[in-house]
Design a protein around this ligand. Structure first.
Ligand SMILES: Cc1cc2nc3c(=O)[nH]c(=O)nc-3n(C[C@H](O)[C@H](O)[C@H](O)COP(=O)(O)OP(=O)(O)OC[C@H]3O[C@@H](n4cnc5c(N)ncnc54)[C@H](O)[C@@H]3O)c2cc1C
Length: 426
């Protein structure tokens, strides 16, 4: 188990259980928690660890074992699987580079078969498309064609009838990852970690706030988005369960479609981009037209140029940008509309697109609870490099990349009110 850290609604776990039942074997979930995972900070470890504790209890109730290992899978698993005389390894799917590299190395070293199950996308990433898509307009029809077949209810995991008879693991407090998690006492009033809290938040959103999603989602002063992305990122909530709940609600089709466009089409488009574009976090991954236009404007005069520390500390000349950064640092999230503005200003106020991309990824990954996610790399590549977007009217620095500024934000929402909330009430 790696990307999908839940017991319920987890096709990888269900597949593993089915195999174990057929072969009359015990079932063990292994999670490799690396204390120095690239970009992860104590806030991420803490959120993840709380979820894993709950997960362990739930697995135990189902008579399924749980082991936390502290090395990357390709190093520890071959030997570990030998030790426990494993029959089969089942993994979930993640398109990000490090996970793909682990998997490749692991396959070379394994003596047992490895089955990979994509339980993060509703239609598995390699089935919906065998190539990098140009944009939502090319992926959407492919998803629509098969969605009814894949968007189903999900069976429950069973009480496992065969025991896993291995010695108990060392006490969780001794894990190094545990110590990283304990470096923070940060708590976020807007979100509680874990599968049970995730499910409750999803039910509440669908029952109480989905109805106003279309109208409210682009206004950062309203609680219009679902706020579910950290749960989806850590796999504490199944996207298929959420999409299933939404599709079965009695709300008008256009409301449900607006949310499913984000949850299914945009999210699965992000996985498609990271899976098929090896340079998903580099300028080389931008489309040709975007690289060309950014190159043509490489030497344009910038209104200001800031260092990473100045961005990180929120000390630019624009109060709205500083408020966004403060919001991100304080709460571990930034509203979706503001994320675009926040990233585009980094492009405007750095010496070149390469530096802008590096800073935006570093800050997003460091402070967003949902960071280090295909959605993040793709959202940043969209904002800075026109990925899945088209060319717009040419202007300084941006070239033909879509432009955003504070005046545009003022037309959309109460900018002064937002700044006040962040600095005085946040
Ligand atoms: C610069 C930038 C950085 C971003 N970084 C991240 C990130 O690190 N992690 C992350 O999960 N998302 C990221 N996004 C995408 C999007 O902004 C967030 O998914 C969304 O704001 C999360 O809040 P929510 O769950 O309340 O969204 P909702 O509007 O309630 O949407 C529900 C779900 O749909 C998916 N979704 C919504 N918008 C998008 C989108 N544009 N692209 C892909 N999936 C989407 C997410 O899984 C989200 O949780 C980024 C976007 C930009 C422009």
């Amino acid at each position: 188990m790696s990307r999908d850290q839940r017991v319920n609604d987890n096709w990888a776990l269900l597949w593993a259980q089915q195999e174990a039942l057929i072969h009359h074997k015990g079932l063990l979930v292994v999670f490799c928690m690396i204390p120095d995972y690239p970009g992860a900070t104590p806030r991420h470890y803490s959120f993840m660890r709380k979820g894993l504790r709950e997960l362990q209890e739930k697995l135990n109730q189902c008579n399924i074992g749980f082991r936390l290992l502290e090395q990357s899978p390709e190093v520890i698993l071959p030997q570990f699987l030998d030790t426990i005389d494993a029959h089969l390894l089942v993994s979930d799917f993640d398109p990000l580079r490090i996970k793909q590299q682990w998997k490749k190395m692991l396959i070379d070293r394994l003596k047992v078969p490895l089955h990979e199950v994509d339980t993060h996308n509703i239609v598995p990433a390699w089935i919906i498309s065998d190539k990098k898509e140009y944009g939502a307009y090319t992926l959407r029809p492919k998803i629509k064609r098969v969605l009814d077949d894949y968007l189903t209810d999900i069976p429950a995991v069973q009480l496992h009838p065969f025991n896993w008879n291995n010695p108990p693991p060392e006490a969780p407090e001794t894990y190094r990852g545990e110590r990283v998690a304990s470096q923070t006492t940060e708590a976020y009033p807007w979100i509680q970690a874990g599968e049970a809290a995730a499910h409750l938040a999803a039910v509440n959103f669908v029952q109480q706030r989905l109805a106003t999603y279309t109208k409210a989602r682009n206004n950062p002063c309203l609680d219009g988005q679902s706020g579910l992305s950290p749960y989806l990122h850590f796999g504490q909530l199944s996207p298929q369960r959420l999409a299933w709940m939404v599709s079965r609600s009695a709300l008008p089709a256009e409301t449900k479609d607006a949310f499913l466009e984000e949850l299914v089409v945009r999210r699965e488009l992000a996985d498609n981009f990271c899976y098929y574009e090896p340079a998903y976090d580099r300028v080389a991954g931008f489309p040709d037209w975007a690289r060309k236009t950014l190159d043509q404007h490489r030497n344009d005069q910038r209104a200001a140029v800031y260092s990473l520390a100045e961005f990180e500390n929120g000390t630019t000349h624009e109060m709205l940008w500083n408020a966004c950064q403060q919001d991100l640092v304080q709460s571990g999230k930034l509203h979706g509309f503001l994320r675009m503005y926040w990233a585009k200003k980094i492009l405007e106020w750095t010496p070149d697109p390469e530096t802008a991309l590096e800073y935006a990824i570093t800050l997003n990954d460091r402070y967003s609870l949902d960071g280090r996610d295909p959605n993040g790399y793709t959202g940043i590549a969209w904002s800075l490099g026109g990925v899945h977007d088209r060319a717009w009217r040419e202007r300084a620095v941006f070239g033909k990349i879509r432009y955003m500024n504070e005046a545009g934000c003022r037309r959309k929402f109460d900018v002064a009110g937002y700044i006040d909330t962040v600095f005085n009430q946040g």
